[in-house]
Design a protein around this ligand. Structure first.
Ligand code: NAD
Ligand code: AHE
Ligand code: ZN
Length: 369
């Protein structure tokens, strides 16, 4: 079938909006009509050419929501008409990782996903006979996409696509990092580095669990107002701090953060995030994605003296199980998504969404089809 897509032909170049061809679902796959998709910084990272798994040409996008149109042979858990959110972290409930109950990183289809193809090793997308790569197993920058059944979360039908698409990455990543990965306790002092689409969800997660102090750190002062609305108690602009940021934050948090979160992808900030943690127990969680070749460093003494370094993907969430619950939280008014979606645009304007992100003018831009 013909579908409308934004194609990434080359690193560092704008996406090309065009009609491409999509094959129907094979066994174990479903065809989904994408109704809305967010633009996450990770899409920009891959488009920049710095992602070692970034393949071109590809259809990017991993923060979508839509409706199942057709199911392939053997698909049991989904049917046409189901409202769904695609999962870049699938949940097969059968692999060693799923059965460990220690991680959300289902590995059932990770290898083919990283090669930009479906689990059978082929792509469903093409343009004038030339193969296009899938991206993160989701490729939501198209009005139809094909997904493995295990990479689809079924959600309630009254949830608005243009809002809950954000649960496909940013909302779940930020709130999940607090709840699943760090397991922040009430009364904790929290420091959040980077107040973008992820960091603000860390803040709302920290407020939900009852953190008593939530420090936000960002070089863009325009992020302050919204962060305060979401629960930030103290704002720090590193460019306005005289001297080292780390001792400043340790003093502000009266001895160091119980938990810190890096939501930027900057390895120097990752070090600061670890070192501003409280001696003896402070935990720092890396969420930001840093480019290939980048490395983190610190004095091992920082860990010897009790600080803990962790990382998280998709907020430690198991998509098919947890995503429908997070959609419920939104529908019940327990979490705020609306104020984080600062721009909505048609696919034709998707490149403007990337520009707004780079200019620091948006939190989330959402493309609606
Ligand atoms: P974003 O562009 O919306 O936000 C980034 C924020 O960081 C901006 O507010 C920017 O002003 C701020 N910033 C940049 N440099 C800074 C510095 N040196 N000090 C302080 N603040 C600084 O991006 P996003 O969509 O929120 O994504 C954030 C990061 O999280 C990206 O690296 C993205 O790839 C990653 N990410 C990871 C996961 C995961 O599962 N681990 C999921 C989603 C996104
Ligand atoms: N190909 C990239 C991987 C980047 C990365 O870490 N991605 C996160 C999700 S970011 C969503 O916005 C993730 O899920 N990681 C676990 C995994 O298996 O990829 C690179 O840099 O190599
Ligand atoms: Zn993302």
């Amino acid at each position: 079938m013909d579908v409308k897509a934004a194609v990434a032909y080359e690193a560092g170049k704008p996406l090309t909006i065009e009609t491409v061809q999509l094959e129907g679902p094979k066994a174990g796959e479903v065809l989904v009509e994408i109704k809305a998709t967010g633009i996450c910084h990770t899409d920009a990272y891959t488009l920049s050419g710095k992602d070692p798994e970034g393949l071109f040409p590809a259809i990017l996008g991993h923060e979508g929501a839509g409706v199942v149109v057709e199911v392939g042979d053997g698909v049991k858990s989904l049917k046409p008409g189901d409202h769904v959110i695609p999962l870049y972290t699938p949940e097969c409930r059968n692999c060693e990782y799923c059965l460990s109950f220690k991680t959300n990183l289902c590995q059932a289809i990770r290898a083919t996903q990283g090669r930009g193809v479906m689990p059978d090793g082929t792509s469903r997308f093409s343009s004038n006979g030339k193969m296009l790569h899938h991206y993160m197993g989701t490729s939501t920058f198209a009005n139809y996409t094909v997904l493995p059944e295990i990479a689809v979360a079924k959600i309630r039908e009254d949830a608005p696509f243009e809002k809950v698409c954000y649960i496909g990455c940013g909302v779940t990543t930020g709130i999940g990092a607090v709840i699943n990965t760090a397991k922040v306790e009430p009364g904790s002092r929290v420091v959040v580095f980077g107040l973008g689409g992820i960091g603000l969800n860390v803040i709302q997660g920290a407020r939900m669990v009852g953190a008593s102090q939530i420090v936000g750190v960002d070089i863009n002062p325009d992020k302050r107002e919204l962060a305060e609305k979401f629960g930030m108690t103290d704002f720090v602009n590193p460019r306005e701090v005289e001297g080292d940021l780390v001792p400043y934050l340790v003093e502000l948090t009266k001895g160091g953060a119980d938990y810190s979160f890096e939501c930027i992808g900057n390895v120097n900030v990752m070090r600061q995030a670890l070192e501003c943690c409280h001696k003896g127990w402070g935990m720092s969680v890396i969420i930001g994605v840093a480019a290939a070749g980048q490395e983190i460093s610190t004095r091992p003494f920082q860990l010897v003296t009790g600080r803990v370094w962790k990382g998280t993907a998709f907020g430690g969430a198991k998509g098919r199980t947890d995503v429908p619950k997070i959609v419920d939280w939104y529908m019940e008014g327990k979490i705020n998504i609306d104020d984080l979606i600062t721009h909505v645009m048609p696919l034709e304007k998707i490149n403007e969404g990337f520009d707004l992100m780079h200019q620091g003018e948006s939190i989330r831009s959402v493309v609606t089809f």
